[in-house]
Design a protein around this ligand. Sequence first.
Ligand code: GDP
Ligand code: MG
Length: 177
Amino acid sequence: GGDFNQKIDYVFKVVLIGDSAVGKSQLLARFSRNQFSLDSKATIGVEFQTKTLEIDNKTVKAQIWDTAGQERYRAVTSAYYRGAVGAMLVYDMTKRQSFDNMARWLEELRGHADKNIVVMLIGNKCDLGNLRAVPREDAQEFAQRENLFFMETSALESTNVETAFLTILTEIYRIIS
Ligand code: GDP
Ligand code: MG
């Protein structure tokens, strides 16, 4: 990394979707900059962050898109999904509603995105285990039924964040190469 003349073999666009306040922006901050903020402001404007990494001796630039406070129903535009090869469906495991809404986020995604898109379900805030409102089994069952990868993460404690992004990027690489 950091090489000025680095040759990029692949650019993978991955979109983050899910209700407001589930931790999408903090997952992205943790993955791309190893940062976390407890009082993160709502994202303004469509934004993405990039991170360059090696997969199978190839240089992959991950371009991770974050919703711009567009989390209201049907507010995320088709431009957001355009060209995406991966998607992370994020819920807050302490907020049942954010998990129940995953079905309609998935429907939105499937209506806009390429049919071969790799999708991962993310139960974030697993550091708040005593406040858990979504049993792991419920999420596993949903993921299995819908053919999604599934992981529980904590952007705060860094749990599984790197692993989740690496898993989806590696799967995208496997499909594309
Ligand atoms: P977004 O609206 O989905 O982008 O959510 P944010 O990333 O802005 O996070 C919303 C709130 O949840 C902020 O106060 C974050 O600090 C907090 N948060 C995000 N991830 C975690 C996490 O893994 N654990 C805990 N305890 N709080 C988190
Ligand atoms: Mg945000």
